[in-house]
Write a protein that binds this ligand. Structure first.
Ligand SMILES: NC(=O)c1ccc[n+]([C@@H]2O[C@H](COP(=O)([O-])OP(=O)(O)OC[C@H]3O[C@@H](n4cnc5c(N)ncnc54)[C@H](O)[C@@H]3O)[C@@H](O)[C@H]2O)c1
Length: 330
């Protein structure tokens, strides 16, 4: 299939490009490089340096490359930034996706796979989280994604040939097992890369936000899904999309690890003491979040290969050791 990957120069998008190429698909990347890295895109893959909001240039790219499916990863994804700059998030993530959909309509692209998030659920009353639980995001980032889910439903309703999947990711972690690409965010807010930056000596210590949560060890529990499992799910979903499909799936491993467990695992993998200090709770951090991922297993047979946090961290550590400055030249 000819697939256009938005955000293909970013962390997850670059892993999707790699997986799609391995599966024999033709890939084109759209990325404005605001938070992406050119070297994350293989040289032989066309990179269209465009913004999602450039509708007619996107239409041309979709038409020119004869695109059959769009995998849409491009977004801004910092919760805190979304609280201080909500308009930037709605403009980039929500309006940006509307522009992309308009381009898809003009170029007659009928398949669409969207990066949604568990942040659309907000603070659910029950665990694990099942797809049909109420979605009540508590920050503009989650809301910007939930609006897109709604827009996709309405668009699909009006265009019966269109098919989409909204995949609600939990905490994405790890790197390509061969160490060629990985996570390189600035600033970095995800716990595993922050821990590994401490192990590399780039950051003195890690702050654990809250030790007094109602969890067995007092720290927050999250569901960590390996990025290669996540992108595998995208490829499987894409291959199964049929006209009229509206699919919603959680992507997680179905169990959680506490912050303390993740810290201990990172210490074991790196052999580094990784000092921590305890800070206050962050507003809007629920004690526990983990997925029920039965729906995608039942319907598509997808299952996470990585369920052990140490194995996930090992892949990330390989990337961090070989690329201590990320994609930058040392
Ligand atoms: N990383 C996670 O744990 C996680 C969890 C849930 C959902 N997600 C979603 O997954 C997707 C990818 O996340 P990531 O961690 O790879 O982020 P990332 O920042 O590494 O990648 C996003 C890419 O999109 C590009 N981009 C952003 N806005 C754009 C625009 N308007 N036009 C063109 N390009 C644009 C950026 O330059 C970047 O390369 C996002 O949609 C995010 O919301 C991520």
């Amino acid at each position: 299939m000819n697939v256009l990957v938005t955000g293909g120069a970013g962390y997850i998008g670059s892993h999707a490009v790699k997986r799609l190429l391995e599966a024999g698909h033709k890939v084109v990347v759209v990325d404005n490089l605001y938070r992406g890295h050119k070297p994350a895109v293989p040289k032989h893959v066309p990179l269209e340096e465009l913004d999602l909001r450039q509708t007619s240039a996107l239409t041309n790219a979709l038409t020119h490359h004869d695109i059959e499916c769009v995998m849409h990863f491009a977004a801004l994804a910092y919760v805190g930034e979304s609280v201080s700059q909500p308009l930037m998030y709605y403009d980039n993530n929500t309006w940006g996706t509307m522009s992309l959909l308009q381009a898809c309509r003009q170029a007659a692209v009928q398949k669409f796979v969207f990066s949604s998030t568990c942040a659309t659920y907000g603070e659910p009353a029950q665990m694990p989280i099942v797809e049909d639980m109420p979605q009540a995001p508590i920050n503009p980032y989650g809301a910007s994604k939930l609006f897109v889910e709604r827009i996709l439903k309405d668009y699909a309703h009006a265009h019966p040939e269109f098919a989409f999947a909204a995949l609600r990711y939990f905490n994405v972690a790890g790197s390509a097992a061969d160490g060629t690409i990985g996570e390189d965010h600035d600033p970095e807010t995800h716990i595993i890369p922050v821990l590994l930056n401490v192990a590399l000596g780039k950051v003195p210590r890690v702050t654990v936000f809250g030790e007094d949560y109602p969890t067995p060890d007092g720290t927050c529990i999250r569901d960590y899904i390996h990025v290669e499992d996540l992108v595998d799910a995208h490829v499987q979903v894409m291959q199964r999309l049929q006209p009229g499909d509206q699919r919603f799936y959680n992507l997680g491993i179905g169990k959680g690890y506490s912050v303390k467990q993740v810290v201990d695992a990172a210490r074991k993998v790196t052999g580094h003491a990784i000092p921590t200090k305890v800070g206050p709770r962050r507003p809007g951090d629920p004690p526990t979040l983990y997925a029920n991922a039965d729906k995608i297993r039942r319907e598509l047979g997808w299952q996470a290969g990585y369920t052990d946090i140490e194995r996930i961290i090992e892949t990330a550590w390989r990337w961090f050791q070989s690329h201590p400055n990320g994609y930058e030249e040392p």
